[in-house]
Design a protein around this ligand. Structure first.
Ligand SMILES: [Zn+2]
Ligand SMILES: [Zn+2]
Length: 470
């Protein structure tokens, strides 16, 4: 196999339920077309964190070869006795989240001034307080098994392309044992929140306090492959741990000091979810849905509105601004939460200014720049009461797919409110608030391109940079 240089990070390998062929899923892709039989498939993530496995890329012969190179490079003698090589998988939590960083800095600006009557320049220095707030994606891996000094605490952000397979008996390679995951998802979330806060405090603020807050962590377990070599070098027992993807020696220890724990044969008490792969069809009439990546569809055959994520408060129809007068527009999706009068009053206090709305609206499409998403969300929330919406019968080519699902949108409401409070230095910013809604609607708003921007075609008041979505 020729490795694809463009690919990096993690991908998931599954098999097609139609033909059994192998498929590879990039992160965030939940609709795929099987390249073997053409079936349109939908991947459903389980409610509880799933477990994956990374297979070793090198066999024992290659391990020996890499090991010899390591010994030579480190001036170890090549003579050794009783060499034993065993493979094992060790579990890590892989966590994806959103991080909010607030940094208070004092910036110095120097202004030079040439006095016409003098021959020299005068310089003035102005010191300004500056607060930077940024929402950025965050990914990490943390050891989930027992504490072993000899095994890396994290598999880090690797530049190589790692293929994850479902953690199942069929995928476990011959001769490999697996260590059970011991740290629960709850334990990891607590530890992570603490660690992220500590990181935020280490970077000292020029004034006030810096903040680093983690939002919306999503976890899965990844069993990573290692080889263990136990041997005797110059009558001393030595133990080496080798990364089974790269062949790199990650630990080199005197084995007489400590024993290496053997994997317990008892099953880990922890339960993991399984990825489901099914046919991508309308649940009402069974017709194939478009092979486009979206969290929501309108069936072309029976006009049923289909939202892939179930929520009891989501209205069973999709709305749009009246389009009769705007043929040359693009339609962008938004999740709209109608707030209770009490909640709307609280949000008015937080947003202030021109916000006089009972809606909190989150874009239904991915905007990689979180700050831009935050600004658009505030603008469209403010404008929402002025939009007249009518039901959509069918999606045509003007409708953009819903690439940000309702679950993530609901999590983002918490981030947006927190972000606003932090920006305004509202005292209760420490308190996180989730604004729940008993009435959620997916609606489309028309936008047209103007130079570098999309401008909304109804009010002409909401804009966002074109390059955010291209
Ligand atoms: Zn297939
Ligand atoms: Zn249908």
């Amino acid at each position: 196999m020729i490795p694809d240089k463009a690919k990096s990070g993690f991908c998931i390998g599954v098999s097609c339920p139609g033909c059994g062929g192998a498929l590879e899923l990039q992160a965030d892709f939940f609709v795929v077309v099987c390249k073997h039989c053409g079936s349109v498939l939908r991947i459903e993530l389980p409610e509880i964190p799933p477990a994956y496995l990374v297979q070793s890329k090198i066999n024992k012969t290659e391990v020996r070869f890499q090991f010899d190179r390591y010994l030579r490079a480190n001036k170890h003698p090549l003579t050794r006795a009783n060499m034993e090589i065993t493979g094992f998988y060790y579990p890590y939590w892989k966590i994806d989240a959103i991080v909010l960083k607030l940094r208070n800095k004092i910036e110095e600006r120097i202004t030079a001034y040439q006095d016409p009557s003098e021959s020299y320049q005068t310089e003035t220095s102005i010191k300004q307080k500056k607060t930077d707030i940024a929402l950025t994606p965050f990914q990490t891996t943390i050891a989930a098994g027992g504490e072993f000094d000899e095994i890396p605490f994290s598999i880090g952000m690797r530049a190589d392309y790692i293929k994850l397979l479902p953690f199942a008996q069929d995928n476990i390679q011959d001769g490999f044992d697996s260590y059970p995951a011991i740290k629960s998802w709850g334990d990891i979330q607590t530890a992570l929140t603490k660690n992220v806060n500590i990181v935020g405090k280490i970077i000292s603020a020029d004034f006030g306090i810096n903040k680093t807050e983690l939002f919306h962590p999503v976890g899965s377990i990844v069993y990573f492959p290692y080889y263990k070599i136990e041997t005797t070098i110059k009558v001393k027992p030595q133990r080496f741990i080798i990364d089974a993807l790269t062949g790199r020696v990650v630990h080199d220890a005197d084995a007489s000091q400590s024993a290496f724990a053997t994997p317990s044969t008892a099953n880990s008490a922890m339960q993991f979810g399984q990825l489901q792969v099914g046919l991508h069809r309308c649940p009402q009439c069974g017709d194939d849905l478009p092979p486009q990546q979206s969290f929501a569809y309108v069936c072309r055959n029976c006009n049923q509105f289909i939202a892939l994520e179930k929520n009891p408060h989501l209205r069973n129809e999709v709305l749009s601004a009246d389009l009769s007068n705007s043929p040359d527009t693009f339609l962008f999706p938004f999740w709209s939460l109608r707030l209770s009068p009490e909640t709307a009053r609280r949000l008015r206090v937080i947003f202030g200014g021109i916000y006089n709305s009972e809606y909190l609206v989150i874009p239904g499409f991915k905007i990689p720049n979180f700050e831009a998403m935050f600004r658009l969300s505030k603008r469209i929330s403010t404008a929402a009461p002025k939009l007249e919406l009518v039901p959509v019968e069918n999606f045509d080519s003007r409708f953009a797919p819903v690439t940000l699902g309702l679950y993530e949108a609901l999590a983002l409401t918490e981030v947006i409110i927190y972000r606003e409070k932090v920006g305004k230095q509202i005292d209760s910013a420490e308190k996180r608030e989730i604004f729940e809604s008993l009435d959620i609607t997916l609606f489309y708003a028309p936008f047209h391109p103007e130079n570098y921007f999309y401008v909304d075609s109804v009010l002409g008041a909401i804009t966002f940079e074109k390059n955010l979505v291209d």
